[in-house]
Write a protein that binds this ligand. Structure first.
Ligand SMILES: Cc1cc2nc3c(=O)[nH]c(=O)nc-3n(C[C@H](O)[C@H](O)[C@H](O)COP(=O)(O)OP(=O)(O)OC[C@H]3O[C@@H](n4cnc5c(N)ncnc54)[C@H](O)[C@@H]3O)c2cc1C
Length: 244
């Protein structure tokens, strides 16, 4: 019987497992992932941005957690030798109608305690010669990291702390009993006291397996990335965003 079983081996599932193992060192923690490697879905295919939290409402939990997460992630990477780059980001207005919105974002950044600065079009060009705009904001605390590497390190630490990790193990059915739950998977059944759903874009379906009928339904959209050839990577030095 496991104390906690986490369904999903993306960054949310793996960090949940790590946090539970730290908070309850004697607990039996299990992570079940349907794919053959960790961080296989969103976590391993995102934009790799370490967000600053500039857009969030000042005083909100999102704003607080994003700032804290930014700091903790950088510390984690330093401690475990994971490559990262706090390259900073610039948000640029290209139309005059965007200037008041840019000003609002700047004020929000200040209210969120970020070290933001307004920069003129010329100053933007000095740091990003290929950007043409009317004005910009510089946000120094934004950065980039490979979240697949972060996820893999989490998995390593969970295992080191005594957690059990199972790849190629898809949860197909969840049956509740008086002790907790039985997770029926492609690799057999696991009895657990608490099952924690961290199934990312499948979390609505996994909730249904457990007899919960969530009001929200996840509707994924397809997107595409372009990757710069190595010899062209000098074209950009920061994260560059339009006014949202
Ligand atoms: C295009 C895009 C870009 C993004 N860019 C950024 C960014 O730059 N910076 C940032 O901080 N965030 C970014 N995000 C958000 C971030 O990537 C996600 O919030 C985060 O990765 C979600 O992690 P997760 O563990 O919840 O989901 P996932 O990484 O999707 O993990 C869920 C896991 O559950 C597993 N699973 C599902 N069903 C089952 C089952 N039945 N049994 C067993 N396992 C199951 C899946 O195989 C998967 O591995 C981006 C998101 C997207 C989509």
């Amino acid at each position: 019987m496991y104390d906690f079983a986490i369904i999903g081996g993306g960054i949310v599932g793996l960090s949940t497992a790590l946090a539970l193992g730290t908070r309850y060192p004697d607990a039996k923690v299990l992570v079940l992932e349907k794919e053959s490697s960790w961080a296989f879905h969103q976590t391993g295919h995102n934009s790799g941005v370490i967000h600053s939290g500039i857009y969030y409402k000042p005083g909100s939990l999102k704003a607080k957690l994003c700032r804290e997460g930014n700091r903790l992630l950088v510390e984690f990477c330093q401690e475990h030798g994971i490559q990262y780059d706090v390259c900073g980001k610039v948000i640029v207005a290209t139309e005059s109608e965007e200037l008041p919105v840019l000003e609002n974002i700047y004020q929000r950044g200040l209210a969120n305690g970020l070290n933001v600065s307004k920069i003129s079009a010329e100053e933007v060009r000095e740091i990003e010669p290929h950007v043409s705009c009317l004005a910009g904001i510089k946000v120094p605390s934004a950065g980039i990291v490979n979240y697949k590497q972060v996820g893999k390190k989490y998995a390593e630490l969970v295992e080191k702390a005594g957690g059990e990790l199972r790849l190629n193990t898809k949860v197909e059915r969840i049956v509740s009993n008086s002790q907790g739950q039985v997770l029926e998977t492609t690799q057999g059944a696991f009895e657990v006291k608490f099952a924690i759903n961290c199934a990312g874009l499948y979390s609505d379906r996994v909730a249904k397996l457990g007899g919960v009928n969530p009001k929200a339904k996840i509707v994924p959209f397809r997107g595409e990335y372009y990757e710069l050839k190595p010899e062209k990577r000098g074209l950009v030095k920061h994260l560059i965003y339009p006014v949202p």
